[in-house]
Every structure is written in structure tokens, then in C-alpha cells.
Design a protein around this ligand. Structure first.
Ligand code: ADP
Length: 388
């Protein structure tokens, strides 16, 4: 199974750069997630790895060998797309068998009747039949082998698409938003299945998504892209705990990290013109204090900064409370204005707070981050954190 190396990889369409120079090493058997908003260049990266589009500059290496000029089929990769792209007129068995048959295909099998007989015989080859049955069992598709895709649910179809990718035993799997057509419950189930599959097959997976929950739950490593520029590369926990900049801080986590504007002087940060907290190592001037919602405590009374509740989302085991610092009444604006200056707390159980309530806010500053308010870069970022 190859380790994959990107060495100064670039991609442009005409004069328009889509991927800016990018270098990283993906160790063997990694579950790498390429994450970012729509249009940031995730699929372009995946297509370059697959060999479906040219690489404008730099070297792509599989186990130290340059593969820029190799044809897709010489790269031993399997591609699973967002749309299942199954053959509707073929059974599940024939769909799964297809890549195996294609790898044996000869020119004369294009001749109508000869080709049909050859495929019919190949399907009865015990090696192929056993392989399909084994994969079907792994993917829990055995009862459906003789059905056609249209008689299956979305999740079952996606499993057939995965089984079809698995059947060739490739060394790298490329998955392009494979769950985005599924409903929320099925997505959660398939996330678990794909992670288990990764552990079982012991190959490298490269998975594209715009969904940070998928990235956090499935990835052993995440590369977060924005506008073709890598913002950060690291384990899910590193990216969550130590975002390289405010883009990463806002993109990862639900709700996103709170970014409170502060004024720093002599190692003390003043929040909202009132409360002062220690800001060791943060230069004087304006900055942003990043605190995760689970580190914010909101209560109806007691110590803390005065604030007003603007949003209450009850999720059962926990409640997300959106608030604004200060006691000004909530505005009645809609859209972007309605969420401006909102900060969030994630509280266990039912917080006992309602919209428009006055409340008190306490910040637990363990694990807090500081950001430059102009560049957005993290202040005091660890040296091994990749900053764009
Ligand atoms: P993502 O997968 O992150 O949504 P893509 O990799 O599909 O993003 O696209 C990245 C950027 O490249 C987008 O701005 C898109 O419009 C542009 N792009 C993609 N394919 C082409 C193409 N064939 N010609 C020109 N521009 C393209």
C-alpha cells in the first residue's frame, strides 16, 4: 500500500489557479479527509490523485514513485462518487463484478454475442463468484445480489457502489462525498460502516467532504482547504483544539468556536469593555479570544459577565444557548443580522433558560486560543501546525 506524497502540487484551469502550491505526506493506511466549503478545490485534488485530470505543477508520488503521467488504471485506485453510478439494468451481482470483468476484458469481447458468452462464463468462474460473495457478505448485501439497483434503498445502493470499489482490492480508495445523497440517519450509519471498512481492508482512504462532522468522526487526518489554499493539516483533535486561524476555528465544531473581540494591554485582555482575563504572550492591541462552546457556562444568576439569551436549542442531552454580551434587548432583525455578535454555550441537560432572559456568562479559559484580529492567524500557533 503506497504512502502518497504531494510535492509542490498546483492546479490551474487556464490562468485561474484552483489549487495553490501544496506539499504533504500521507502515510500508508491513513484515512485522510479533504475538507472545505463548496468550490475550494477538494474534488480537483481527488481527481489529480486519480489521474482523471492533469497536474499543472509539482510531483505526485506513490511510495516514492512519480505517478503524474500514469494512466488512472495504472494507479491501482478505486473511486466512489457521490452519485452511485450503478448500471440500472444489471443485477447487484453484475454491478459488483463489473470491475473484475473489465480487468480481464479483451478486444474481441466487444463483439456482441461472443462478448455476452464470455461475460456469462466469467461470472461463473469460481474465483470471481467467491470474491463477489465474500464482498457481498462484508457489505451485508448477500440477500440483494440478484436484485436490480432501483429496488434498493439509497444506503443499500451506496453499499453496492462501495462493494464495487472494494472488489478489485485497490491500494487507495478515493471517495468523493459518497454520503451526501443519504438522509441523516443513514449517513450516520454509513459513517460507522466506512470507518469499519477502512480498518478491515487496511488500505489508504482519501475522502472528500464539506461536512465537518464526517471529517471529525472518520478521518485519521484532515486537510482543510479554502479557495485552493491549505488552511491546516492535522489530526481531528489537533484541528479542533488548535485551529491555525479563524477560518479553521469557525469551520470546525458545532457550534463554531466563539471568537470574542478583546483589547490586550500588558498581558491582560479586556472583553467587551468590562471583564479582564490574563492574555500571557499576546501582543498589545486588538485580538480575538477563541473559546469553545463547551467551555462557556451560562446561568440565570451568579458570577460572570451579564448577557442576554437570544437562541435556545434543546438537543435532549444538552442545550445550545446563543447569547449576546451586555443587556441590550434582542433585536428583531433577520438573516445575517440576527446572528451577528452571537456567542454560544453548550450546556448539559435542559439549561432552564429562555430567549430574552438575562443571564451570567463565565469562560473557562483552559484550552482557549488567541487570534490576530487582522490576519486571523493563531497567536502562538504550534510550530508543526501548518498555517496557510
Ligand atoms: P469542490 O470539490 O471543493 O467543491 P472543485 O474542486 O470541484 O471544488 O472546484 C474548485 C474550483 O475549480 C471551482 O472554483 C470550480 O469552479 C473550478 N473548476 C472545477 N473544474 C473546472 C474546469 N473543468 N474548468 C474550470 N474551472 C473548474
Amino acid at each position: 500500500m503506497p504512502a502518497i506524497t504531494f510535492r509542490g502540487i498546483r492546479k490551474s484551469y487556464g490562468d485561474t489557479p484552483v489549487i495553490h502550491e501544496f506539499s504533504t505526506e500521507i502515510p500508508d493506511r491513513e484515512f485522510l479527509v479533504l475538507l472545505g466549503p463548496s468550490g475550494c478545490g477538494k474534488s480537483t485534488m481527488l481527481r489529480m490523485i486519480a489521474g482523471l485530470i492533469d497536474i499543472t505543477g509539482g510531483d505526485l508520488l506513490f511510495d516514492g514513485q512519480r505517478v503524474n503521467d500514469l494512466e488512472p488504471k495504472q494507479r491501482n485506485i478505486a473511486f466512489v462518487f457521490q452519485s452511485y453510478a450503478l448500471y440500472p439494468h444489471k443485477t447487484v451481482r453484475a454491478n459488483i463484478a463489473f470491475p473484475l470483468l473489465m480487468s480481464r476484458f479483451r478486444w474481441w469481447q466487444h463483439i456482441p454475442i461472443v462478448g455476452m458468452i464470455a461475460r456469462w462464463r466469467a461470472m461463473r468462474d469460481p474465483a470471481i463468484a467467491t470474491r463477489i460473495e465474500h464482498i457481498a457478505e462484508t457489505m451485508e448485501l448477500t440477500p440483494y445480489l440478484d436484485r436490480r439497483p432501483r429496488t434498493l434503498s439509497g444506503g443499500q445502493r451506496q453499499r453496492v457502489a462501495l462493494a464495487r470499489a472494494l472488489v478489485r482490492e485497490p491500494s487507495v480508495y478515493l471517495l468523493d462525498e459518497p454520503l451526501s445523497n443519504l438522509d441523516a440517519k443513514l449517513r450516520a450509519q454509513m459513517r460507522t460502516e466506512i470507518t469499519a471498512l477502512h480498518r478491515r481492508v487496511g488500505a489508504s482512504f482519501i475522502y472528500v467532504t464539506h461536512d465537518q462532522v464526517e471529517a471529525m468522526t472518520m478521518g485519521t487526518r484532515i486537510i482543510l482547504l479554502n479557495d485552493g489554499v491549505v488552511q491546516q493539516s492535522g489530526t481531528p483533535q489537533e484541528i479542533y483544539d488548535e485551529p491555525a486561524n479563524t477560518f479553521v476555528a469557525r469551520f470546525i465544531g458545532s457550534p463554531a468556536m466563539n471568537l470574542l473581540p478583546v483589547t490586550v494591554q500588558d498581558g491582560q485582555a479586556t472583553i467587551n469593555g468590562g471583564t479582564t482575563v490574563p492574555a500571557t504572550g499576546v501582543p498589545d492591541g486588538s485580538a480575538l479570544l477563541g473559546v469553545r462552546a463547551e467551555k462557556v457556562r451560562v446561568a440565570a444568576t451568579g458570577p460572570g459577565m451579564p448577557a442576554r439569551v437570544a437562541v435556545v436549542e434543546r438537543l435532549g442531552a444538552e442545550t445550545v444557548v446563543g447569547f449576546r454580551l451586555g443587556l441590550a434587548p434582542n433585536s428583531e432583525e433577520f438573516g445575517a443580522a440576527a446572528v451577528r455578535d452571537l456567542h454560544y454555550a453548550k450546556l448539559p441537560g435542559d439549561a432552564g433558560l429562555a430567549v430574552d432572559d438575562e443571564c451570567r456568562v463565565l469562560l473557562d479559559l483552559s484550552g482557549a486560543c488567541w487570534f490576530d484580529s487582522h490576519s486571523g492567524a493563531r497567536i502562538g500557533a504550534r510550530k508543526d501546525v501548518r498555517v496557510a
